[in-house]
Write a new protein. Structure first.
Length: 410
């Protein structure tokens, strides 16, 4: 059992590492091509059917790039397709969802103070929401609403707000924001898989067969690519939010997430306008700052009340509380950890419990048994720099407690 926990922790770390790497590749290529597309210029010497060109310098060399809206008369034998960055990002992200929220401790996904439900029900809700989200989005894009770019963006924003509120009513705060990020990322990756790449393949096939490609295919792909561009920054925020309790562990976490989408839009508007050489709308930074100030305020006024009655403790939590040496472990945690990990920390320089982990009661200590064991038993990460002088025997006590608690709960 202990070996499985260590292996799972390293597997999660490796998957997270992969997810960050491929996400950088996808976001980087997306930002680059949007900037390139907006910066194209029409010149007198453009080849026939060419839409525009751009000269760039990088790494000591010069690059001359020409864009064709459809394609030139003949296509090269080898085309570079930008798709696996997107697919790998979604696949690694979904694997993270499985490892952390589906296979991990249930309190990552379920908060009984929000909604008490079986773990299988929470997982099913997660899977259905991600699937249905893409279907709703795709139908909106293909409907009459989709013909108006601005109108569609407004409708999509309210869909995201509704999903943020929904997730906040069924999952823990941490899971709510990460699911909103997964919901959005699923739409983005599905855009590439179901629309952008298939449309490009149809165009290429038509050209090779000497047929004239349908112009709506390019317009449809461009619309989805634009949506991906505006959704990228909010998704990054939502992925990072799980490390910041002020974002996810507040009453208004759904509203905070909604405002982040507006911030992402105005920031991308600034860069897109600049790349298109249509000026510098510096007002967007002022709007972004105002919205972020509102987010800070919401995190303060939305601080939730902590409800830790024994009746609401899960069976797993109760199993750790029933271990024979629990009282000894509790004394160690209260003496070595609770000066920071409490509702009102009294350690100098610490204003709120790190990662919102509260360890000042029996239930809270038992609830975070795995984290305590990983941070202070299997490793010496906590206390940081061993500032409270936790001894080796105390770390072993924590390990023994965790092993017995696992046995009780299995």
């Amino acid at each position: 059992m202990i070996e499985q926990i260590i292996i799972l922790e390293w597997l999660t770390f490796a998957t997270r590492w992969l997810h960050v790497i491929v996400a950088i590749a996808w976001i980087g290529s997306s930002f680059y091509f949007i900037a390139l597309d907006l910066g194209l210029r029409k010149t007198e010497n453009l080849p026939k059917k060419a839409h525009g060109e751009e000269w760039q310098v990088h790494g000591g060399g010069f690059y001359h790039i020409t864009k064709y809206m459809v394609a030139p008369k003949t296509l090269p034998s080898h085309l570079i397709w930008f798709k696996w960055e997107s697919y790998a990002t979604w696949l690694s992200g979904f694997t993270m969802l499985i490892l952390v929220y589906y296979l991990g401790n249930s309190y990552y996904l379920i908060d009984i103070d929000v909604l008490e439900m079986p773990k299988w029900g929470a997982i099913l809700t997660s899977l259905l929401s991600l699937s249905v989200g893409w279907l709703i989005y795709d139908l909106l894009c293909k409907s009459v609403i989709g013909k108006s770019q601005n109108g569609l963006m407004v409708v999509l924003f309210f869909v995201l707000v509704a999903m943020a509120y929904f997730y906040a009513q069924v999952f823990s705060g941490r899971a709510a924001l990460i699911h909103l990020g997964a919901f959005t990322a699923t739409i983005m990756s599905a855009n590439v898989f179901f629309i952008i790449i298939p449309n490009q393949k149809i165009v290429v096939a038509d050209l090779k067969a000497s047929r004239t490609p349908a112009t709506h295919l390019g317009a449809q792909a461009k619309q989805r690519s634009l949506h991906n561009n505006y959704l990228t920054l909010p998704v990054i925020f939502l992925m990072l939010s799980v490390h910041y309790p002020l974002a996810f562990a507040t009453e208004f976490n759904w509203l905070i997430a909604s405002l982040v989408f507006l911030i992402g839009v105005v920031i991308r508007h600034y860069f897109n306008t600049k790349h298109a050489r249509k000026g510098k709308p510096n007002w967007t930074w002022f709007v972004a700052a105002i919205l972020f100030t509102v987010i800070i305020w919401l995190s303060i006024v939305g601080k939730p009340e902590i409800n830790e009655s024994e009746e609401t403790a899960s069976s797993t939590t109760q199993a750790f509380m029933k271990v024979a040496n629990f009282e000894d472990v509790r004394d160690v945690v209260l003496g070595r950890c609770s000066m920071c990990h409490t509702a009102e920390p009294f350690y100098e320089g610490v204003h709120s419990a790190p990662k919102n982990v509260i360890l000042d009661s029996d239930i809270s200590i038992a609830k975070h048994a795995k984290q305590i064991a990983l941070q202070s038993g299997f490793s010496s990460a906590m206390p940081p720099g061993n500032i409270s002088y936790m001894e080796g025997a105390e770390r072993q006590l924590i390990l023994d407690w965790y092993k017995m608690g696992q046995a009780n709960g299995s």
